[in-house]
Ligand binder design. Structure first.
Ligand code: MG
Length: 337
């Protein structure tokens, strides 16, 4: 008897201003286990804000495939959306990445809030009130400080078993706020892995009756920290520079392009990039060694290695699309190389 395998085709919809994850299952026989073995598929784009009802078919092109340890006989298939004519859909940020030789490496630090749909608050927030102020929660332990750890641990195990290259997790500054970090050599793959990491997080939290809140400032203009997605990046030039000049030149290329970047760094990011809470103001640009109040931080490790390393753009919000963030960073870096 033929073996049957579940393939979960995952894509980004057309919701504005922040795209959401969608997925549906295809059953295939005698699956070979690689992305090349995943057939093209289609979906109803009129139900996802991606096509009019009269011509509703959009195509799903598989771009990455990982085992799905959370489901029996199953794989996660990341796809990109094409219009019915086979061209990249307007919502397809992955197709805008110009990194054919995978020279760009990206490490994303994904912050997020676990979120209780009943109370519309993170776990750890009593209904109608506030928990004690920020201070004890970051990297904490104990039931008075760390909320939702079982979800975070289960998510981490799933990602590692799937083969996603997570590099760490930590409890964040507000109660119910956490972070995971992913890294990949190649901008498209880095984006694929972050989106699949987000997918597994949403699905894991479902089991506990919780949602994930990706908004960069979900608790409004209070003293609670927002959520970001710091983007660490390098290419051959940055990894082998050996001189401060190369770093200055690349950082300075970002200055006249503030708008290009902020446009894809996440909706409502103005609520987070206020100049407070370890951020630079949204309309300013600065860079500096070890400066967590700068737009771009030059890590001390890069300087100590003789100006060979990477940069960290601290502006992307938690709800930004890592594909679009990477595409814009690559464009700016390439403009001076
Ligand atoms: Mg963090």
């Amino acid at each position: 008897m033929a073996t049957k395998t579940k393939l979960e085709y995952i894509w980004l919809d057309g919701t504005k201003p922040t795209q959401k994850l969608r997925g549906k299952t295809k059953i295939v026989k005698d699956f070979g286990g690689t992305v090349e073995d995943c057939p093209m598929w289609s979906f109803d784009g009129s139900s996802t804000n991606q096509a009019p009802g009269g011509a509703s078919d959009c195509l799903l092109k598989p771009v990455a495939c990982f085992p799905d340890p959370g489901r029996r006989d199953s794989f996660l298939v990341m796809t990109e959306v094409l219009s019915s004519d086979g061209k990249p859909h307007a919502s397809n940020g992955r197709a805008t990445i110009d990194d054919d030789d995978n020279d760009f490496w990206f490490g994303f630090e994904q912050e997020y809030f676990l979120w209780d749909p009943e109370t519309n608050l993170p776990p750890g927030f009593p209904p109608g009130g506030y928990p004690p102020p920020q201070g004890p929660y970051y990297c904490s332990v104990g039931a008075k400080n760390a909320y939702g750890r079982e979800i975070v641990e289960e998510h981490l195990d799933l990602c590692l078993e799937a083969g996603l290259n997570l590099e760490g997790i930590n409890g964040e500054v507000a109660p119910g706020q956490w972070e995971f970090q992913g890294f990949a050599k190649g901008a498209a793959l880095a984006g694929d892995e972050m989106w699949l990491g987000r997918y597994l997080l949403e699905r894991t939290a479902e089991k506990y009756g919780l949602a994930i809140n990706w908004h960069p400032k979900p608790l409004g203009q209070t003293d609670w920290n927002g959520s970001g997605m710091h983007a660490n990046f390098s290419n051959t030039a940055l990894r082998t520079a050996g001189s401060k000049d190369v770093y200055d030149k690349i950082c300075q290329a970002f200055e006249p392009r503030i708008k290009h970047h902020i446009d894809v760094y996440g909706a409502d990011n103005d609520q987070r990039l206020t100049g407070l809470h370890e951020t630079q103001s949204i309309d300013k640009f600065s860079y500096g060694v070890s400066d967590r109040g700068a737009s771009i931080r030059i890590p001390i490790a890069t300087v100590e290695a003789g100006w060979k390393g990477w940069l960290e753009d601290r502006r992307p919000a938690s709800n930004a699309d890592p594909y679009k963030v990477a595409a814009q960073i690559i464009k700016t870096v390439k403009s001076v190389l």
